[in-house]
Design a protein around this ligand. Structure first.
Ligand SMILES: Nc1ncnc2c1ncn2[C@@H]1O[C@H](COP(=O)(O)OP(=O)(O)OP(=O)(O)O)[C@@H](O)[C@H]1O
Ligand SMILES: [Mg+2]
Length: 403
């Protein structure tokens, strides 16, 4: 029985339709390191939890969320904390030279949040002085253990990107990438695996730093939307467990409206249909589904979901790139698809006479890598990477606002 969950990672029975993918990732991790790429909300963290909850072979997972980190000392502190908290792994790091017994047992004993923050701060200060050596000492201890440990670095690309954009941390970002690479290639480190997950294209970030080879020894895995068949079955199961009758044509319409069957989109549209039905008791028809999509899914709830796509252009693209991207995306939302040449004309409008074709090419690659657009090699045209994002863009940013 699957429960309709919109937002948090899904676990147990609620984790649907990804068994084969998890098996593949798990098998790849037997032999090496993996980078798992997918847009926001595609289900990356849920996949990681499944690797933690139901290991197919004998390993332990250390999971760290790097989304808000800007320095390697934070990462090492986090790994130390996670290792200390794991009953099977805690002992391994008990003798670390920079980890006082008090802090080590503090991590283990589930102390109060405020105390924990204080301990972590203290440890971070220690590590900061010599983060490379501290990290090496940590991995020496880890390497000496018999257990295979998978370090999941969730959103490492975001951390690197943030560092690369700050004067103070840019060089350190390169050092950290090289350090991680050297660590992986040490002959005595046989029992360590890394799983990196990212919701922004890591290629873009590494390219910008001139470090394209930093993770070329990782197996690339892309988390795709559900196949249509799985999506249809998932909807059937949701309807059954929530005891709501949705006719076949209505289900078909739900899937057509969201376009790409991303599980999160299915959960959202199902949740809205279910809520509406619970309140008005009316039969669910394709027409009704269309109204719900228009008046609910594209309204406030989904606004917050996609907001970060809009905000990220401001945060991570240079001002003129941001302007050109917004211009191109608005036109794409209005027309559905555009040829390369037409996109280039819009780019020129912003960049003026100095518009360089290389700059345009780079911008379009970035927009592709960051999951805004896709390029159809058959049609030789650009379009939004998913229908829902296009509908959302049209609804909220389709008007001419001077960009
Ligand atoms: N296998 C799945 N079965 C059912 N629902 C899923 C599945 N995977 C993801 N979802 C839906 O997507 C939502 C987000 O999942 P999750 O947090 O794992 O994604 P994410 O890619 O890690 O997101 P973010 O990029 O924001 O960290 C869940 O709340 C759920 O609604
Ligand atoms: Mg996540």
């Amino acid at each position: 029985m699957v429960t309709n969950r919109v937002g948090p990672p899904v676990r147990g029975e609620d984790f649907y339709g990804r068994d084969e993918f998890v098996k593949l990732v798990s098998n790849k991790l037997k032999a090496g390191d993996v980078v798992l790429a997918a847009p926001r909300r595609f289900g990356k963290t849920s996949v990681m939890y499944r690797l933690i909850d139901e290991p197919a072979w004998d390993y332990r997972v250390v999971h760290a969320d790097l989304q808000h980190m800007t320095e390697p000392a934070q990462l090492i502190t986090e790994l130390v904390e996670q290792l200390a908290k794991d009953t099977r792994l805690s002992k391994i790091i008990s003798g670390l030279s920079y980890l006082p017994k008090r802090i080590w047992s503090g991590f283990k004993e589930n102390i109060e949040e405020v105390e924990l923050v204080k301990l972590k701060l203290k440890l971070k200060e220690q590590v900061r002085l010599r983060w490379q050596e501290s990290g090496e000492e940590l991995f020496e201890k880890v390497a000496a253990s018999e257990t295979t440990i998978i370090f999941i670095l969730d959103e490492l690309p975001m951390m690197i990107d943030r560092m690369a954009r700050s004067e103070a941390h840019r060089e350190e970002a390169k050092t950290m990438l090289r350090w991680l690479r050297a660590l992986r290639q040490k002959p005595n480190v046989m029992n360590v695996r890394f799983l990196i997950a990212g919701s922004i294209g890591i290629g873009h970030v590494l390219n910008d730093l001139g470090e394209v080879t930093a993770i070329n020894d990782f197996e690339q895995m892309r988390l795709e939307p559900f196949p249509l068949k799985t999506a249809a079955k998932f909807l059937d199961e949701l309807a059954e467990s929530h005891e709501i009758t949705i006719s076949r044509p209505s289900k078909k319409r739900m899937l057509e409206l969201i376009g790409i069957p991303v599980p999160y989109f299915i959960q959202i549209i199902f949740s809205e249909v279910d809520k509406t039905h619970a309140q008005d008791g009316e039969q669910v028809t394709p027409k009704k589904v269309e109204r719900i999509y228009r008046d609910k899914v594209l309204a406030v709830d989904c606004k917050t979901y996609f907001d970060h796509y809009y905000g990220r252009l401001r945060d991570y693209y240079k001002p003129r790139e941001e302007k050109a991207s917004k211009r191109i995306l608005r036109e794409l939302a209005l027309s559905g698809s555009l040829s390369r040449d037409v996109c280039y004309q819009f780019h020129k409008e912003i960049f003026g006479r100095q518009a360089e074709i290389e700059e345009f090419n780079r911008l379009m690659t970035d927009l592709e890598n960051d999951f805004y657009v896709r390029y159809g090699f058959d049609t030789r045209r650009y379009e939004f990477s998913c229908k829902l994002l296009r509908d959302w863009w049209l609804r909220h940013y389709g008007m001419d606002t001077g960009v």
